[in-house]
Design a protein around this ligand. Structure first.
Ligand code: GCW
Length: 698
């Protein structure tokens, strides 16, 4: 195993310096298994660099008494173990008395400081690995004088990244669909990469953030990629081998039509015995070569992908077919709820893309097998910078639900713009669909007494030397894992963690100036992005196809169902029950009534739910038209300020990183000005209402 970075790659959030505190200690690691070996390996490397030492205790009988007289600074131990030194044994006794065995679960760990020794205990190997990376995050603070005992367990069992990576370069979408960081780390030019060092380094980064599952290919499954399930399965197994030491399971996107395309069957009808046998047999083979395979991801009857509708069957029939094939091996199927008609008639005002997932899936609640996870995008449309939550999340109490985010910045600046998304995700995760006293979106994804579906996100990495194109976009990948582990974390604190880990030791003059500058640039960057793009939740004013930059009417007369309905009098989509598409009725109370009411609807979602005149007065006191002008002028000024802040770090951070971010900020400013001018000009021309402050609108 090699935890070294490939030479041509920047270290992201685990540079060697992040291991200084750990590496200068005298450490004992107790336990067996591949993930414990990873812990040893990480510790040994850190010690080699920073002068500490690592003890590998010889196996002792289970009834051995605690070893006295040892002087470790740090003990990382899988319990129960009979060989703990006396300090760690004492911590174990307290833990058992307080919590009882099993409280840490498969992935949890405990951190304590006792008699000047830092102790990390876990009951399963993955827990020890997460404990190690937690220590790295804490740095010297892990070795402070006192620390109360802390117990850490992930809120979500499944914390997963989907890759929209293709094996063959797709003529329109390229190697990575919606990828903004170069080619795929898994695939290049029609084949698996021979050198998977980069994949190992990726697995390590993900483990340090808390991610434990990765789907290695695009949900739009094309002909070559389809064969990963059968004759190219060896490629998936090779990737699984490299990710396994980091506690990451591999999942595969499969085509619903595979029995036809790969198996030569006449149809893929989910109720056909031959089709069921084909999936059962094919899945058995997958587990023969990858015993810890995670499962399948399916996009069916969506944007041209095949699905059960072709056979007059429901999505429950389709999902259960695959679930039954996976069940004997403990696998799951992630069945995506992103199903809508992309051949809509824009003249038909009654159809509404926002309704689609709810209309298709809510009636199927209770019909899915236990190992089906219905994967719903967090909003009803498509990863816009502002949407309400998808009502599907609140409509299916009898179904395991996963919430899907988009780390890759398709609609949020494509990794040319700084847009730290964790505050947005945090808002979504904390949202309480049944009102303030009820469960949150995070609670739904985590599951109650039954297992939840967890969190999934579309990854943003590629073979770019900075991993994510925009070096600051790494923070989104890190934050996704952290929020999936603990959705209540403060996104600003997570950003701080990322800054500490990433720039540890490499910033001349200490971390203070870097932290201040990055906080100033990133904390509010999602809201800044929102300000200079489509206003008040209306969404989709982007250029069709590639989705970068402004085009107010780009999708206005298109079949994709993405409209704003601006005319000379007003703008917005009437989704009320009273006079519109009725979408508000998909929410439970209180939101069905809050969103229904033009008075009560939150400003930031007003145009998502209502068509209002330009003179409509917002809660903020501003009119809609003046709000549009003001936010667009302000957004651009904020980007200019970001750029000035970054300039001040010119001699402070790595020159390569500095140059790359500067180049991106230049583009962000150019593009934000373009957005401002197009949006302002468009609405000025439509409405004829001048800016109250007389600023220039072209
Ligand atoms: O956001 C849209 C993208 C498609 C993507 C689709 C999906 C993988 O524009 O490129 O396809 O969502 O989520 O399936």
């Amino acid at each position: 195993m090699n935890t070294a970075q490939p030479n041509d790659v920047h270290a992201a959030w685990l540079p060697p310096e992040a291991f200084r505190a750990l590496g200068s200690r005298h450490t004992l690691v107790c336990g067996e298994g591949a993930l414990v070996d990873t812990v040893r390996h990480e510790t040994a490397q850190a010690c080699a660099r920073y002068g500490g030492s690592l003890d590998l205790p010889p196996p002792r009988p289970a009834d051995a008494r605690p070893a006295a007289g040892t002087s470790y600074d740090l003990v990382l131990a899988l319990v129960p173990a009979g060989l703990l030194p006396i300090t760690a044994a004492a911590v174990e006794v307290v833990y058992r008395r307080r919590h009882g065995a099993g409280a840490l679960g498969e992935e949890g760990f405990l951190l304590a400081r006792h008699a000047e020794v830092t102790v990390v205990l876990a009951e399963a190997p993955a827990g020890l690995l997460y404990g190690l990376y937690h220590l790295v995050r804490l740095g010297e603070a892990a070795f402070g004088l006192t620390r109360p005992m802390e117990l850490h367990r992930p809120a979500m069992r499944l914390r997963m990244l989907d890759h929209w990576d293709n094996i063959d370069v797709h003529p329109v979408m390229g190697q990575v669909e919606r990828g903004y960081a170069g080619g795929s780390i898994f695939w290049a030019n029609g084949a698996r990469r021979a050198d998977l060092t980069r994949v190992g380094a990726y697995g390590r980064l993900l483990a340090a953030g808390g991610v434990n599952a990765v789907a290695v290919n695009n949900v739009n499954v094309h002909a070559t990629e389809m064969r990963l399930l059968t004759d190219r399965l060896g490629d998936v197994a090779a990737i699984a081998d490299v990710l396994r030491p980091y506690g990451i399971r591999v999942h595969l996107s499969v085509s619903f039509a595979a029995p036809v395309a790969l198996g030569g069957l006449p149809a893929a009808d989910p109720l056909d015995d031959g089709v069921r046998a084909w999936w059962a047999d094919t899945t058995k083979r997958v587990y023969e070569s990858i015993p810890d395979f995670g499962g399948y991801v399916v996009k069916a009857d969506s944007e041209g992908q095949p699905g059960p509708f072709a056979y007059g069957r429901s999505h429950a029939d389709g999902a259960n077919l695959l679930a039954d094939a996976l069940a004997p091996f403990g696998g799951v199927v992630h069945w995506r709820a992103f199903v809508y008609n992309h051949r809509q008639d824009w003249r038909d005002r009654s159809s509404d893309r926002a309704r689609a997932a709810g209309d298709h899936f809510a009636p199927l609640d209770g019909q899915f097998r236990d190992n089906v996870i219905l994967q719903a995008k967090h909003g009803p449309m498509d990863f816009q910078p502002r949407e309400p939550i998808s009502p599907v999340i609140a409509a299916m109490p009898g179904t395991r639900l996963a919430v899907e985010f988009q780390v890759t910045q398709e609609y949020t600046g494509q990794q040319r713009h700084v847009c730290y998304l964790a505050p947005w995700w945090s808002e979504v995760l904390r949202f309480a669909p049944w009102g303030d006293d009820g469960r949150t979106v995070a609670d739904v994804a985590a599951g109650g007494s039954a297992a939840g579906g967890g969190l999934v996100a579309v990854s943003n990495v590629g073979d770019d030397p900075f991993w994510t194109g925009h070096p600051l976009a790494q923070a989104n990948l890190y934050a996704f894992g952290r929020l999936a582990w603990d959705p209540l974390l403060d996104p600003v604190a997570v950003l701080d963690e990322w800054i500490e880990l990433t720039f540890a030791g490499s910033a001349s003059g200490g971390l203070g100036p870097v932290r201040r500058a990055l906080r100033g640039i990133m904390d509010d960057s999602w809201r800044t992005y929102e300000r200079y793009t489509a206003p008040l939740g209306v969404g989709f004013m982007v250029r069709p196809g590639h989705h970068y930059g402004p085009d107010v009417d780009g999708y206005e007369y298109s079949p994709w169902g993405t409209y704003h309905f601006a005319d000379r009098d007003g703008v917005g989509v009437d989704r009320t029950r009273a006079s519109g598409t009725g979408f508000t009725g998909q929410y439970p109370p209180p939101w069905r009534d809050v969103y229904e009411s033009v008075e009560r609807c939150p400003d930031e979602l007003l145009l998502f739910f209502h068509h209002v005149p330009y003179g409509h007065v917002l809660h903020s006191g501003s009119t809609v038209i003046q709000h549009i002008y003001d936010t667009h002028f302000a957004g651009v000024e904020q980007v200019a300020a970001m750029r000035r802040r970054w300039e001040r770090l010119a001699d402070v951070v790595d020159p390569g990183v500095h140059a790359r971010v500067r180049e991106r900020l230049d583009e962000q400013l150019r593009c934000a000005e373009e957005w401002r001018d197009q949006i302002n000009a468009y609405f000025f021309r439509k409405s004829g209402v001048p800016d109250a402050h007389g600023r220039r609108i072209p």
